[in-house]
Design a protein around this ligand. Structure first.
Ligand SMILES: [Zn+2]
Ligand SMILES: [Zn+2]
Length: 198
């Protein structure tokens, strides 16, 4: 969509980071990371091509990484964020390399050596995504949905960066429908409350 603005590897890695974080009970309402197929599906959808090995330990390690990433997203100060991100790079034994491969022929970075574990690859990919958004000044594009009863994270790739909902067809529409009903009923106080609360 906006790879010109973000660079070729920011979109897949940011999308994967967001998808992973949204599997947490605190974001999606229930545990969303229960099997390896979820990880494979997220990889296919976002264009992150590392393959999980399929063990239970891997799922647990990925939940731990996910929770850590969400903590980083919620951390308000850069020095703490930097320390947490650098700790992820360090624990993944991250070593940046410029590469091309069949799936992504454009030159791009990999942050882990080819024989690293899936969890370490994903630590590299996700820590990279968050660090990169800070470095290019686009951290504010990573936001929590404004929808009622929706706590999901999204990455705003719109030109003006003013998107409010994780999905305008669901979260966005419900709000608009609620406003419309309130307005038709002439209960402007409720309308103001809705606007303020969200
Ligand atoms: Zn690659
Ligand atoms: Zn939402």
């Amino acid at each position: 969509m906006n790879s010109f603005l973000f660079g070729p590897d920011v979109l897949p890695s940011a999308a994967m980071t967001v998808a992973l974080i949204n599997t947490s009970p605190g974001r999606g309402g229930e545990e969303g990371l229960n099997d390896t197929e979820i990880l494979r599906a997220m990889g296919r959808e976002t264009g992150v091509f590392y393959l999980p090995d399929g063990s239970k330990a891997e799922i647990l390690a990925m939940r731990k990484l996910r929770d850590r990433l969400d903590e980083i997203v919620k951390t308000p100060e850069n020095p703490q964020r930097f320390a947490m991100l650098n700790e992820l790079f360090y624990s993944a034994s991250a070593i940046p390399q410029i590469v091309t491969h069949v799936e992504t022929p454009e030159p791009h970075f990999h942050y882990t050596l080819e024989d690293a574990s899936y969890v370490d690859h994903l630590k590299g990919v996700t820590a990279y995504a968050l660090a990169r958004l800070i470095i290019i000044g686009e951290w504010q594009r990573l936001r929590t949905c404004s929808g009622t009863a929706c706590n999901r994270l999204f990455f705003d790739t719109t030109r003006n960066g003013k998107r409010l909902y994780c999905d305008s067809r669901t979260c966005g529409n419900r709000i608009h429908a609620a406003r419309y009903r309130v307005r038709s009923a002439g209960r402007s106080q409720v309308e103001i409350q809705l606007d303020g609360a969200e």
